[in-house]
Ligand binder design. Structure first.
Ligand SMILES: [Cu+2]
Length: 195
């Protein structure tokens, strides 16, 4: 699975359930994939999942727990709309991969564009890299700290130095105010091992 839009927490739960195994046809997961065909699922995502689960024995990483995205925040702020075909993904890393420091992370985005923070332009956002984050709020500005890294200049890659061991990574697109789009545009959450 390269990416998914978490429209609701229910979908996140469905995706989690779908990722727990690789057999079967996952009707709930298919629903979450914005109308991709069953054939496409098998050809793309299922194939990738088989490769990651059986090629190197890496279990799928549980998706982060994400609050259900609402079109407006409680403050009245209207969230920027995600393009229906938006897809966010890691270009050079896959779940289960073992890497060395510095860890180069290349951000892939299709269906939308990258704009620096502070720039309001329809169909755009900037990248956020979530490191070792298992839970986040889709209805608030993303925090800025070592776990939530902002690329507000419009960067499309970075280099990280991480402690040896396993870490999770996830990309989330944020608008000019660092607020996730509606619905959320996020990558798959992956686990990497740093030597
Ligand atoms: Cu930001």
């Amino acid at each position: 699975m390269r990416s998914f839009n978490l429209a609701t927490a229910a979908l996140a739960a469905a995706t989690l359930a779908g990722c727990a195994g690789h057999g079967g046809h996952h009707p709930t997961m298919q629903g979450a994939m914005d109308g991709r065909t069953h054939g496409g699922m098998h050809g793309g995502m299922q194939g990738a999942m088989h490769a990651s689960m059986h090629g190197n024995q890496a279990p799928a990483t549980a998706p982060a727990r994400v609050s259900a995205s609402t079109p407006t925040l409680s403050s009245g702020y209207k969230k920027v709309a995600a393009a229906p075909n938006a897809r966010l993904y890691f270009v050079n890393l896959a779940n289960g991969q073992t890497v060395s420091n510095p860890v180069r992370v290349v951000f892939g985005l299709s269906g939308m564009g990258v704009a620096p923070a502070g720039v309001e332009k329809e169909g755009t956002g900037h990248h956020h890299l979530l490191v070792d984050v298992a839970e986040w709020d889709a209805n608030a500005p993303l925090p800025a700290n070592d776990n939530f890294r902002h690329f507000g200049l419009g960067q499309t890659e970075t280099s990280l130095t991480l402690a040896p061991g396993t870490h999770t990574l996830q990309l989330v697109l944020g608008d000019q105010n660092h607020i996730p789009h509606h619905p959320v545009v996020a990558s798959e959450r992956i686990t990497i091992t740093v030597k």
